[in-house]
Design a protein around this ligand. Sequence first.
Ligand SMILES: [Zn+2]
Length: 407
Amino acid sequence: MNCRHCQTPLRHVFLDLGYAPPSNAYLSEDDLRRPEITYPLKLYVCDHCWLVQTQDVVAADALFTSDYADFSSTSSSWLQHAADYSAMISQRLGLNADSLVIEVAANDGYLLRNFVQAGIPCLGIEPTAATATAAKAQGIPILRQFFGTQLARELAAQGRQADLIIGNNVYAHVPDINDFSAGLKAALKPGGTVTLEFPHLLYLITHNLFDTVYHEHFSYLSLHAVQRILQAQDLRLWDVEQLPTQGGSLRVYAIHADDPRPATAAVADLLATEQTQGLLDLATYQAFQPRADRIKNDLLAYLIEQQRAGRRIAAYGAAAKGNTLINYAGIKPDLLPYVCDAAPAKQGKYLPGSYIPIRPPAALRDEPPDEVLILPWNIAEEVKAQLAELAEGGMRFVTAVPALRVH
Ligand SMILES: [Zn+2]
């Protein structure tokens, strides 16, 4: 297999998590009687351009570009993040009624509605039917297509190049990052700006976040890798911000290579930090697997110890992160009898790979366990606050990443 960006043969494994089903393939009762298909979940690092990437699997585009409608507007902190960004960027770029904003992977319109309210013309691109329909219902123009070079050229030919192109949590999730980046170049007006938000590889490495690895997440990006990928399309970095969202993300600002705006000091600073932290050194990447293994083994030892002591355990949060961790550790219902989740669409189903049943949060009150393993560690404080009254009854909370911790 060759690097998806620079075509260099991939010789170095960054992380091997064995085999796993797609992380969003929740199982019904009927599915339990059928065979389940798993795929290798293995990341390579390119020693030429430093792009960390998933191993190619057969028909990845069809398998892992799920039609699972994940409505972004259900999280209040995420809505606030979107509103703050919209106000900041409109002011910084001087957007007005003559501008055009394009958002790739516009979801249910939770972000673009801020531009609609401000009277700034916009266009969302969203292939998933359910979310695209929800966005249209709010009066947001939506194209139900996948974004890439072809669509971008069509938009340019129609005179619909953008002053601002937004890509939030999509850049790391596209199989062909070169084609996507070429599309950004083609759809961007002269003097326009692209902003991309994606999880930062440096944060993943320093915080042992191996559970953020899943098949649909094709690329694990450092600023160095992104700089190269953009440069190959005649784009360059203008600015970068580090964000606490989603457990350590970057917001990268890109412009045409011939744009007169000079790059901010933040770009050089972060590139230097990445170099100091070893992101241009193969040894850094090769040191990661043992750290993931230690977390997995610590969790297994803990679960076994609790079970031997006769203490009952349940988990909270049936999300992708939890599935990666549970499947890599080989945990089944004998060690973790159930997981609670507030999403009604998941209740009554089973986690892929582990077949652990998903129950409503009320199960924690009806049959209180002694320990609750919170799988989405990034919202652990929020979950603890929701379950505060149970903690008063002696229930303990545990998180496994970035290290095993009993709260
Ligand atoms: Zn490469």
